[in-house]
Every structure is written in structure tokens, then in C-alpha cells.
Design a protein around this ligand. Structure first.
Ligand code: CMC
Length: 392
């Protein structure tokens, strides 16, 4: 019969070649189109990084201006889509709403679902990058019972998102530029991460020729899990549950116990075996934001720092090369900004959308790609005859 390799979890199988993102897990290197993530996080901004991921080069001044204009022009969602929200229970998780609403975009934007047309692919890409903050902010507003806030096109991408989340009618909401910068940096640090589970899901869904909105909805669903994007919510909830520094050893002991399914959330990575370069920038950003807000003695941050210290001194974690990942510090920043934990993963999803789309576009343009169809090792029953119900 056919010969193929057995590789559950795809730990050693490359399913595509790509020019978008390079990771060296041993060295803690992450490059987008060749540019190191720390340089992009400190010198660039999210929409410029979006352009870079989508088109392969840093934009000129006029290119970035044009790109920002095109994204801004698409930030509104069709008014009729607001009806989708009211169909959800008010205590629905915003990720559940995101999966539903983004999937439903296929039913609204028929004019950008023909994937054989490069112009439609382009319009769908811009629409999704533009509308994702609006969709996420609306999911948040819905679950807290406040009216939706329309996008403001005079604001930059991150400030507009903060505005749509925190602005309340009849109150003047001023976006703090330092928080907006921190938000932008969180978006940038999550923009792409090569063939992770959700991106592979988007590629697999897209390989059948499904429309881009459906593919991104599949990616959002995959990202939700606590081993992937859901780790940021799970991590902050864990830090809160630990609560005080004296309880850390108990949780470390649980994480090490083979009979206890508990894991330290925000620790470990399939590819990074030294450090996660995104976590380094995120940690620095967390310090800055808390400093700005005057909450240096935040108990959650104290638990986080002490947990990190103790874990990094413990041979269990060092031998298995388990280090804090991007999700370890992002939650602290988002919590300080005023986001509830349920919004952490939707924020990851909106930032990762550009990565998903870039990878989807790359796949469609690659003649080597065909429908994704893994094989299996069948280990079930061999041939046997059907038994009538009265004889079983
Ligand atoms: N706490 C305790 N032990 C751990 C942890 C952890 N967080 N992560 C891995 N291990 C142990 C695991 O028990 C296993 O031990 P052994 O070899 O004795 O069986 C060993 O380390 C290797 O783990 P694995 O599950 O085989 O590794 P993986 O590459 O399949 O999983 C991971 C990677 C990220 C899913 C995993 O480290 C994990 O579950 N971490 C916690 C969740 C998390 O923070 N996820 C976010 C990942 S980064 C951003 C993102 O993708 O969203």
C-alpha cells in the first residue's frame, strides 16, 4: 500500500513552504519577511506590519497612507449584522460570537467570496483586517449590555479599537496614547506565527476552496482552545486563582505532578525551546503600562514575576525547556487596560487575522498546494459481518 510517515501533532512535518515568517526555536528568533519582531514592535506599527505580511515589503510613505485609507474605509460592519449579536445570550463568550459573526460575513459580502478573482481576494482581506476590531468590540459591548460604538476613522487602528470598547455614550472618552501604543504593540506581537494550529486550520479549510470568511471563522474556532490562544485568558485566571505569592509552590508542584492534568498556563511552546522573543517585548511593555497607570504593586504582577522566577529555577521546567510564552504577560497588560479576561482571546484573534489572511493568500498563489488531506494508521477492527440487533 501507500507509504507515509506517522506524525501525530505534526511535530516534524512541513506542509508548505512560505516566505512570510521565520522562527528559530533554539535561538528564540522570530522574523517577519526577514525583519526581527523586536524591531517591528519598537519601530513599526501594526498596520505597517500588516502591509509587510500581506505584500512582502515595508511600505513607502504613500503606500502605507493608501493602505491605512483602504482599511479605515472598511471599518463599519453592515448594520444588518448587528441582528446576529442579539441572537446570542447576553452572557455568551465573545469568542463564540466572533466565530458566528465572522462565519456569517460570507452571507453578507458575496462580492468578495470568489477566490479565483484576485481583486475579490484583496477586498476580502482588507475587509477582514478592517472589520475585526469592530466585530470584537461589538461582541464585548453586547456581553456587557452597552450600546455598540461606531468606529471613528480619525483614530489610528489601536486607538479606534480602545474607543469602540471603552467609549460610553454621553461620556467623553479620551484614548490614552500610551495605552494605544501598548495595544498596537500587542497586535503587532500577535500578527503572525507561521504554521501554528489556527493558521494550519485556515490553510486546511482554504485548501478546499472555501471562502475566506469561512476559513477565518475556522481559525478563530481553533485559536479559542487553552493550549493555543485561549492560554491568555487561562493564564490570567490562573494567576488570580493563585492569588498570593505564598501559594505558588503548590501550583508548581501540581504542574509537575504527572497525575494532575494542570499545566502552568503561559508556559511552554512547541517551537521555542529557549525563550519566546515576543514574551520578552511583552514583559517590558507590561512594566511600562503598569508604571504609567501607577500600579507597580499589582498583586497579579507580583504573582506572575515570582512564578516566573521560581519556575525558571526548577529543573522540571528548565530540563523540559519550558519558558514563559507570549500569553504569559499579555493578559496583565490587557487586565490593566480594563479588559475582562473573556476579551483576551478575541484580541489575539483580531491581531492574528492578518497572519491568517497572508498565509491563505500565499497558499492560493502556490501551484504546489492541493487540498489538505492527512493520512492515518488504521488500528480498528478488521473485516467482520453485520449482526442483526436481536443477535447482539
Ligand atoms: N506546565 C507543565 N508542564 C508542561 C507544560 C506546562 N505549561 N507544557 C509542557 N509541559 C510538559 C508536558 O507535560 C510534557 O512532559 P512529559 O514529556 O514528561 O510528558 C513536556 O512538557 C512536553 O509537553 P508537550 O505537551 O508534549 O509539548 P507540546 O509541544 O505538544 O505543547 C504547549 C506545547 C504550548 C501546548 C504546552 O507547552 C502547553 O500546554 N502550555 C500551556 C498552554 C499555553 O501557554 N499555550 C500557549 C502557547 S504560545 C501562544 C499560542 O499558541 O497561543
Amino acid at each position: 500500500g501507500d507509504v507515509f510517515t506517522f506524525d501525530p501533532g505534526f511535530t516534524s512535518t512541513a506542509a508548505c513552504d512560505s516566505t512570510i515568517t521565520f522562527i528559530d526555536g533554539e535561538e528564540g528568533v522570530l522574523l517577519h519577511r526577514g525583519y526581527p519582531i523586536d524591531q517591528l514592535a519598537s519601530k513599526s506599527h501594526f498596520l505597517e506590519v500588516c502591509f509587510l505580511l500581506l505584500y512582502g515589503h515595508l511600505p513607502t510613505a504613500s503606500e502605507v497612507e493608501d493602505f491605512e485609507f483602504r482599511v479605515t474605509r472598511h471599518t463599519m460592519v453592515h448594520e444588518q449584522m448587528t441582528k446576529f449579536y442579539s441572537g446570542f445570550r447576553r452572557d455568551a463568550h465573545p469568542m463564540a460570537i466572533m466565530v458566528g459573526v465572522v462565519g456569517a460575513m460570507s452571507a453578507f459580502y458575496h462580492d468578495s467570496t470568489d477566490i479565483s478573482d484576485p481583486w475579490q481576494r484583496e477586498v476580502a482581506s482588507i475587509r477582514m483586517i478592517a472589520k475585526m476590531p469592530t466585530i470584537a468590540a461589538m461582541a464585548y459591548k453586547y456581553t456587557i449590555g452597552q450600546p455598540f460604538v461606531y468606529p471613528r476613522n480619525d483614530l489610528d487602528y489601536a486607538s479606534n479599537f480602545l474607543h469602540m470598547c471603552f467609549s460610553v455614550p454621553a461620556e467623553n472618552y479620551e484614548v490614552n496614547p500610551i495605552l494605544s501604543r501598548a495595544m498596537d504593540r500587542i497586535f503587532t506581537l500577535h500578527a503572525d506565527h507561521e504554521q501554528n494550529a489556527s493558521t494550519s486550520t485556515v490553510r486546511l479549510a482554504g485548501s478546499s476552496g472555501a471562502n475566506p470568511f469561512a476559513c477565518i471563522a475556522a481559525g478563530i474556532a481553533c485559536l479559542w482552545g487553552p493550549a493555543h490562544g485561549g492560554a491568555n485568558q487561562a493564564c490570567l485566571e490562573m494567576l488570580k486563582e493563585i492569588g498570593t505569592v505564598d501559594r505558588i509552590p503548590e501550583y508548581i508542584a501540581r504542574a509537575k505532578d504527572k497525575d494532575d492534568p494542570f499545566r502552568l498556563m503561559g508556559f511552554g511552546h512547541r517551537v521555542y525551546k529557549n525563550f519566546d522573543p515576543r514574551a520578552k517585548v511583552m514583559k517590558q511593555s507590561a512594566d511600562e503600562v503598569l508604571d504609567l497607570l501607577g500600579i507597580e504593586d499589582n498583586p497579579i504582577l507580583q504573582v506572575a514575576k515570582e512564578l516566573e522566577r521560581q519556575a525558571l529555577e526548577d529543573p522540571y521546567f528548565t530540563d523540559k525547556k519550558l519558558f514563559p510564552n507570549v500569553d504569559f504577560y499579555s493578559g496583565i497588560i490587557l487586565e490593566a487596560m480594563g479588559f475582562p479576561t473573556a476579551m483576551f482571546t478575541p484580541i489575539f484573534a483580531l491581531a492574528r487575522t492578518v497572519g491568517w489572511i497572508s498565509q491563505w493568500k500565499e497558499m492560493l498563489g502556490d501551484p504546489k498546494q492541493k487540498i489538505g488531506r492527512p493520512r492515518q494508521l488504521y488500528i480498528g477492527e478488521t473485516l467482520r459481518d453485520y449482526v442483526d440487533v436481536e443477535n447482539r
